[in-house]
Design a binder for this molecule. Structure first.
Ligand SMILES: Cc1cc2nc3c(=O)[nH]c(=O)nc-3n(C[C@H](O)[C@H](O)[C@H](O)COP(=O)(O)OP(=O)(O)OC[C@H]3O[C@@H](n4cnc5c(N)ncnc54)[C@H](O)[C@@H]3O)c2cc1C
Length: 293
């Protein structure tokens, strides 16, 4: 990979790249600057690869990651509008895409204003809120596969489910096209403003958090089960279950990834004992508990 158009760093700590601000180093952190560089990287790389966005749904364990972590940035964050469609690179922030859609009079993407991740993360997680999910508005996604080939997937081929998409774990989303409906930009902005006020009132969005910790079991709310198990405000080391929204974990300052994971597992056990429900993690936990030397 001589003259590769990107940046490669070895043993790069990942904590600054996650909302929780915890986690060990990536053996290799790769930032390709364009699609050709991404393809070249994938074709030339041995061992595991994993794309990350802005780490708003990630708990990177303290021992870090033994493979290549790919972080898309410059070259992958363009947003273009045509008619009622909007195309966004996978590094574009969801909030910017929502705002661009509103400015262009495209309704239906307001929900993205409240998700603090990137378009790549939104596709992977089928992110959603207030009744709309990414898969409800997505037309197609452009994706790089593990061998470096690039494919466009139509919505029906992406296997969207609750906070899930059926792409292989090592696929890298490059960008996505969404469709909305025509509306007055001021009305769309108003709806987004209301959504953000509700969110600010209900969630600890200014803390070091990873969003919802557990998936909602069918017909249940995870936060209600956590509350009923007496776990609101529960702490382990520097990790705490938020008092404001008890399905959000917080790093209160000096938490380790182990503190956060132990807190989550303690809560799972207490919920099992109290209500019989087996909560499943929504936050993606990746990497090794301890550093391999
Ligand atoms: C305060 C707060 C509020 C939140 N509210 C919501 C909410 O209302 N609804 C909701 O759904 N989520 C919510 N989340 C969770 C999170 O924002 C979403 O899951 C978001 O889609 C993650 O995007 P990201 O770019 O941060 O991805 P990351 O956290 O970096 O990664 C998440 C997953 O996506 C994969 N991924 C990321 N980028 C790519 C890519 N380019 N190609 C392939 N895979 C990729 C990663 O491998 C990982 O598996 C919230 C989080 C926080 C901190």
């Amino acid at each position: 990979m001589t003259d590769w158009n990107g940046r490669l760093l070895n043993d790069k700590p990942l904590s600054p790249y996650t909302w929780f601000r915890v986690g060990g180093p990536a053996k290799r952190l790769a930032t390709p600057y364009d699609e050709a560089a991404l393809s070249e990287l994938l074709a030339a790389t041995e061992g595991p690869v994993l794309a990350i966005g802005v780490g708003s749904n990630l708990l990177v364990r303290d021992g870090g990651i033994d493979g290549t972590v790919i972080r898309l940035g410059r070259g992958f964050n363009q947003i273009t509008v045509g008619g009622n469609r909007i195309h966004a690179g996978s590094a574009a922030l969801d909030a910017k895409v929502a705002t661009a859609a509103a400015d262009a009079g495209i309704a239906g993407l307001e929900f993205l204003r409240g998700v603090p991740g990137t378009i790549g993360g939104a596709v992977r997680m089928n992110a959603g809120c207030y009744g709309t999910e990414t898969g409800d508005r997505l037309i197609s996604a452009r994706v790089a596969l593990r061998d470096g080939t690039i494919r466009t997937y139509e919505n029906a081929d992406l296997g969207f489910g609750y906070r899930h998409c059926g792409l292989p774990d090592d696929a890298v989303v490059i960008g996505a096209t969404f469709a909305g409906t025509a509306d007055d930009p001021a009305a769309i902005h108003d709806r987004m403003g209301t959504l953000m006020q509700n969110r600010e009132a209900a969630q600890p969005i200014r803390d070091k958090t990873g969003g919802s910790t557990f998936r909602n079991p069918p017909g249940e709310s995870a936060w209600k089960l956590v509350d009923a198990a007496g776990c609101r405000g529960l702490t382990v080391g520097g990790a705490q279950m938020s008092e404001k929204h008890c399905n959000f974990m917080i790093n209160t300052g000096d938490a380790t990834a182990a503190d956060l994971e132990t807190l989550g597992e303690t809560i799972r056990q207490r919920v099992r004992e109290t209500s019989g429900h087996d909560l499943h993690w929504e936050i993606k936990r990746i990497g090794n508990p301890e550093l391999h030397t």
